[in-house]
Ligand binder design. Structure first.
Ligand SMILES: *[C@@H]1O[C@H](CO)[C@@H](O)[C@H](O)[C@H]1NC(C)=O
Ligand SMILES: *[C@@H]1O[C@H](CO)[C@@H](O)[C@H](O)[C@H]1NC(C)=O
Length: 383
């Protein structure tokens, strides 16, 4: 059999084994269609991030509000720094979108993201070691959230804090202080009937532990929901963005290992359920494109580019794209050739989102979407 024939047969096999009839034409014609915008199908909670730099997210949030419980707009940052050579100062910077806040009254809860930025190791250490500063910072965040009329806060500081502490002495010790800092902020929020959520990294096999079961347990009494950052899996070489097996292993790592042997069966089951509900499964609304480098180096053979829905549409329109469903990951892989070079892209499809929703349904977790403005409207069909 000649080579072309073999390729052809392989192509047919891939098409036959694909779990769905996804084709490029299908995506091009369906991507902006959601036939049931007012009906929520997923029985768990849906949280969606949105960013001002992909402002379509505002419109999608309002249009598909029936499917969304919480919106976390990325508007604010927290900077910690020293003034007068000794006193810690903490600033909350950034601006919200008043039109959006007005328009979304009663549609969903808004918990703006506050991300820790521009903070050096010494100042962060000082904060971690000073109870008084932590109390003051907690008050500041609480008062800020109340003054704006938000339902609560999404703290994005765990991974950032780990990064700031990476080269510090006693970083393990300081990490336990980071747990206390978040506990303190969240306790202040909850005492004022505000919700407190944080983003957490998804544990990766064979990587250093960025977030452990022990830390999850210590935080779970104070933090209402954890937005699990279960995407960005493949960044150096071509691969899925959020492979399903990995997501399953994250839940095993964080929840299934918790020792519930002190509880009777019923109580243990309800504890387990409570933990699962607290961890919201991260679902990407964006993808990656991997192009071979002219000069591969010791670290990588590809250049990697994050792509939005618009970028992806352009790729589909301009290139002869091959689509396959990778059942090992439950993701669609797209590829095309320029000369000898094979360019590979992973971008979510409705089928991929559906399979994540199904998984979340089965695990009884919530869903957390990063982020609305980058995705296609037909993704909402699955929610
Ligand atoms: C503010 O939100 C509205 C939707 O309520 C949106 O149409 C508008 O583009 C947003 N403004 C900015 C500056 O992003
Ligand atoms: C905390 O806030 C109080 C009241 O504003 C202030 O007097 C005190 O100096 C602050 N503590 C620190 C460590 O900045």
């Amino acid at each position: 059999m000649d080579k072309i024939m073999l390729h052809f047969l392989a192509f047919i096999l891939v098409s036959l084994t694909s779990s769905s009839e996804v084709s490029v034409e299908n995506i091009l014609s369906q991507h902006n269609i959601c036939t049931e915008p007012f009906k929520k199908k997923f029985s768990g909670e849906v949280l969606a991030f949105l960013t001002p730099w992909n402002s379509k997210g505002y419109d999608y949030a309002l249009k598909y509000s029936a499917k969304i419980d919480y919106i976390s707009p990325c508007w604010y940052q927290l900077n910690v720094y020293t003034v007068y050579g000794y006193k810690l100062e903490y600033d909350l910077l950034g601006e919200g979108n008043k039109t959006f806040i007005e328009a979304s009254k009663d549609l969903f809860k808004i918990l703006p993201r506050i991300i820790l930025e521009n903070t050096n190791t010494d100042d962060y250490k000082k904060l971690l070691e000073s109870d008084e500063d932590q109390v003051n910072l907690s008050e500041k965040i609480k008062n800020f959230i109340i003054s704006k009329g938000f339902a609560g806060v999404m703290l994005e500081m765990w991974t950032q804090g780990n990064g700031i502490l990476r080269n510090a002495d006693q970083k393990e010790y300081l990490r336990s202080f980071q747990v206390r800092l978040i506990q303190k902020i969240c306790r202040t929020m909850k005492a004022n009937n505000l919700m407190c959520m944080i983003t957490v990294p998804a544990p990766r096999p064979n990587y250093r532990v960025e977030f452990s079961m022990g830390e999850f347990l210590k935080l779970s009494k104070f933090v209402d929901r954890f937005a699990l950052v279960s995407y960005d899996y493949s960044q150096i070489s071509p691969g899925p963005n959020s492979p399903e097996n990995w997501i399953k292993s994250c839940y095993k790592e964080l929840v299934d290992q918790i020792d519930l042997s002190d509880y009777d069966e019923e109580a243990a089951e309800s504890m387990h359920l409570k933990y699962m509900k607290q961890l919201m499964l991260g679902v990407p609304f964006y993808g990656y494109e991997f192009s071979p480098l002219d000069k591969p180096n010791q670290y990588t053979r590809h250049s990697t580019r994050a792509i939005t829905g618009n970028d992806f549409l352009q790729l589909l329109e301009k290139n002869k794209m091959r689509v396959e469903w990778e059942s090992a990951h439950n993701e669609h892989k797209f590829s095309y050739k320029i000369g000898k070079n094979e360019i590979i892209a992973y971008f979510p499809t409705k089928e991929m989102i559906e399979s994540r929703v199904k998984l979340a349904e089965k695990l009884k977790t919530g869903i957390s979407i990063w982020e609305l403005g980058q995705g296609f409207e037909y993704f909402f069909e699955a929610l």
